[in-house]
Design a protein around this ligand. Structure first.
Ligand code: HOZ
Length: 425
């Protein structure tokens, strides 16, 4: 028995399913999850001392790789000064300034501890701002485990077969209208029927949570026009895409300005930190200025803020995006070549340094087409790669990520590993 296996059986006696977040349990790919012991650069080391080239990267935050020394030092320095104050600090002002410089639509920001919290709060503000109840989301998009958004939700909810979670009151689920991603006509029809009741449209501008899915030209622009016309808000959930595709949000790259934005993952530099923000008059509805209540003992936690700030400063200074995108393009080409050589039909979607290998032979542009992917085949690929020392996300319907710490030789090793792995699936 490996040490990870032993730890997993111990874990299952005390932690629900042995984990603290469902997709970590490897249920979709089989076997015991690897227990992580340490990470450095693009390497993750498990409890048995095996090292992996990591493309899961904690599901997105680690754009600069594991344990980047400057980030670790900044967090350690902050921790020595005090782990939490429950009082305002200068660093959180600096982080908000940094965010606004990078993403000008964030006229006012509120820091939270998780992306779920940021989304939940953004929806509350949107409903207050419009005095309307309905929210439009897209099937396969995942916005954290917010009650009313666990309707045809992607990520672990899809992977584990619970896209409509139990425990969500039917009345709340009815406040969510779910439409196919990339289908602007469906959005138009919905708005023409219910426009006056829709508070907001929430969308992952580039989807990461049904695997990577790209917006078709005109889709997001169309949503922007539609929401404006019907006086509903447009919320970009940039928890994954924020600072992933460029220094700023996907909104910078797309030239589309949403009313509200949610951020998480990269902005915390690997520590629990997220944010929501947007137009000043909307955000000023939040307490203490307005009637929308939202609070948190650890919101703006100084250790997380120090890590996030350092991460963003390094990204601003080094702008690693071109290198990241080139490495991803090379990796994707290598993976496609390896699959072709093994006669395994795959489609690879990628945006910047995020990508997904879908085991299917038709284009993936929404939830229905993503679900055509053969998740069992992905599981075999995942395990074969794991044996080769490469750690992909343990689920078909997730994004894989590269970091600035992945070197050309890591990409080459991954392609070689994939050649062997595809021949075994
Ligand atoms: N929501 C994350 C995937 N998109 C999973 C987080 C985790 O399990 O650590």
């Amino acid at each position: 028995m490996t040490r990870s296996q032993k730890l997993f059986s111990r874990a299952q006696k005390v932690l629900v399913g042995g984990v603290n977040s469902p997709v970590r349990a490897f249920r979709a790919v089989g076997g015991a999850p690897r227990f992580a012991v340490e990470g450095s650069g693009c390497r993750l080391v498990d409890a048995d001392g095996r090292a992996y080239i990591d493309y899961c990267l904690s599901w997105g935050p680690l754009i600069l790789g594991h344990a980047r020394p400057e980030i670790a030092a900044a967090a350690a320095k902050a921790l020595r000064r005090g782990s939490t104050f429950g009082a305002a600090t200068e660093a959180e002002v600096e982080l908000a300034e940094e965010l606004r410089r990078a993403i000008p639509s964030l006229e006012r920001v509120r820091l939270t501890s998780s992306g779920t919290e940021a989304v939940m709060s953004a929806l509350r503000v949107a409903r207050a701002a419009t005095s309307r109840d309905l929210i439009v989301k897209f099937s396969g998009c995942y916005h954290g485990h917010v009650d009313s958004l666990l309707v045809q939700a992607g990520s672990g909810a899809t992977t584990l077969g619970v896209p409509d979670s139990a425990g969500v009151p039917a009345a709340w689920a009815r406040t969510t209208l779910t439409l196919p991603y990339n289908d602007l006509e469906a959005a138009r029809r919905t708005f023409s029927k219910l426009g006056g009741k829709i508070a907001a449209v929430i969308v992952e501008p580039f989807v990461g949570n049904m695997g990577v899915v790209l917006p078709r030209p005109g889709f997001l622009e169309g949503l922007r026009a539609l929401t404006k016309r019907h006086k509903a808000l447009l919320i970009f959930d940039e928890v994954i895409t924020g600072f992933r595709l460029c220094y700023g949000g996907a909104q910078n790259a797309l030239g589309i300005t949403p009313d509200l934005t949610t951020l998480g993952k990269i902005v915390g530099g690997g520590l629990p930190l997220a944010a929501y923000g947007g137009r000043r008059e909307i955000m000023e509805l939040v307490a203490p200025l307005g009637p929308v209540y939202q609070a948190g003992t650890l919101s703006g936690n100084p250790v997380a803020v120090a890590a996030g700030l350092e991460c963003l400063r390094l990204l601003r200074r080094d702008r690693p995006y071109r290198g990241l995108n080139e490495a991803t393009t090379r990796l994707v080409a290598g993976l496609l070549g390896a699959a072709r050589a093994a006669k395994v039909p795959v489609r690879v979607n990628s945006a910047g340094s995020m990508f997904t290998v879908f085991f299917c032979d038709s284009p993936v542009f929404d939830y229905a087409s993503a679900k055509k992917a053969d998740a069992k085949r992905y599981a075999r690929f995942f395990n074969a790669m794991l044996r080769e020392g490469v750690y992909f996300p343990p689920a078909q319907f997730e994004a894989a990520f590269l970091s600035a710490a992945h070197r050309p030789k890591d990409v080459d090793r991954t392609i070689l590993a994939a050649r062997r792995a595809f021949s075994k699936v």
